[in-house]
Design a protein around this ligand. Structure first.
Ligand SMILES: [Fe+2]
Ligand SMILES: [Fe+2]
Length: 323
């Protein structure tokens, strides 16, 4: 059973007027920023192999001094392809959770219900967008790329944890989505215009998702006791470990693919250099999908509000092993 299926912000919990306003504001923003995959984002464009996809601040390709500019650009393309696939992956579980939360409001708060239904519809559209991006990157890049994790397997594993842990993970993801765009993707002048637009439009609809994640997490937190929360902290740590397992697997696959590309072009890396490429890939993925979210000031603020010092010490110790 999905724990929290009937308790997360349960049906009997009323909505305060300030919460109601926040749900209503999310609906208004959702209506205003709404976009279409073909007419607004893709507009008949394809990817160009001469363009960088993921910015240096996220890819860390610049950290490997022995790579040529072409090789670093290829690494930014491999990581960018995985970046789009990773969002498509997590959005499967996020949408399933959002539908479960929406269910709690179906006979009560119709404003919260509409906000969550829109959230769900947007994540379905984003998954479609990221499938389209995988097809377009596949056309532009050489054979040999594999995205290994399976969306339904990951969703099943994540949703086996308590709602508190799942909502913590979700807020962390939706906050780092925004900071990556604002701090790294938007200011980089050298990125593929199509790649940049994908994440501009994605970011536009993600801002209100993080507000809803926080509302739901805080409301759910108020319905559980200290012991249940303490167990949920352990489950959140387990989820971070599971994310790291996925990152280790995909970083190894992506490093192998990047080095295969180099070999095809006649470049032979020494063993120490191969290890350096693999290390850079994992370091970049841990930064992208765990550390940049765990250190996000707003995530830290909400977590601090909901947990004790000793619980945060436990989380901090788990995250520190990934640095
Ligand atoms: Fe999304
Ligand atoms: Fe989202």
């Amino acid at each position: 059973m999905l724990s929290g299926a009937t308790t997360a912000a349960g049906p009997d919990v009323g909505t305060s007027s300030s919460d109601r306003e926040r749900y209503a504001r999310c609906i208004a923003i959702s209506k205003r920023v709404r976009w279409d995959i073909d007419n607004d984002v893709i507009r008949g464009r394809t990817f160009n192999r001469a363009d960088k996809f993921l910015p240096d601040g996220l890819s860390m390709a610049e950290d490997v001094g022995f790579l040529s500019a072409d090789e670093r650009r290829f690494i930014s393309q491999v990581q960018g392809r995985t970046y789009a696939n990773m969002f498509g992956l997590v959005e499967r579980y996020i949408n399933t959770k959002v539908l479960e939360l929406a269910h709690n409001y179906r006979m009560t708060d119709q404003v919260a219900l509409e906000a969550l239904v829109r959230f769900s519809e947007e994540e379905l559209k984003h998954q479609d967008l990221f499938r389209r991006i995988e097809t377009l990157t596949k056309e532009a890049m050489p054979e040999g790329y594999f995205f290994l994790p399976k969306p339904n397997d990951v969703a099943q594993a994540v949703l086996g944890k308590s709602s508190w842990a799942v909502l913590a993970l979700t807020l962390h993801i939706e906050l780092f989505t925004q900071s990556h765009y604002r701090q790294s993707i938007e200011p980089d002048e050298g990125l593929s215009p199509l790649f940049k637009d994908v994440f501009l439009y994605h970011w536009k609809e993600e801002s209100q998702h993080a507000i809803l994640d926080e509302l739901e997490w805080v409301r759910h937190d108020a319905t559980i006791g200290a012991q249940e929360r303490d167990q949920a902290v352990n489950e959140f740590i387990e989820l971070v470990g599971a994310v790291d397992g996925i990152l280790q697997m995909q970083a190894a696959a992506d490093a192998a693919y990047a080095m295969h590309f180099m070999t095809m072009r006649g470049r032979r890396l020494a063993e120490a250099e191969q290890r350096a490429v693999a290390r850079m890939m994992l370091k970049a993925y841990r930064w992208q999908y765990i550390l940049s979210g765990a250190q996000h000031p707003h995530f830290v603020k909400v977590l601090t509000h909901l947990t004790t010092d000793s619980q945060r010490t436990r989380i901090g110790a788990a995250v520190a092993t990934l640095m």
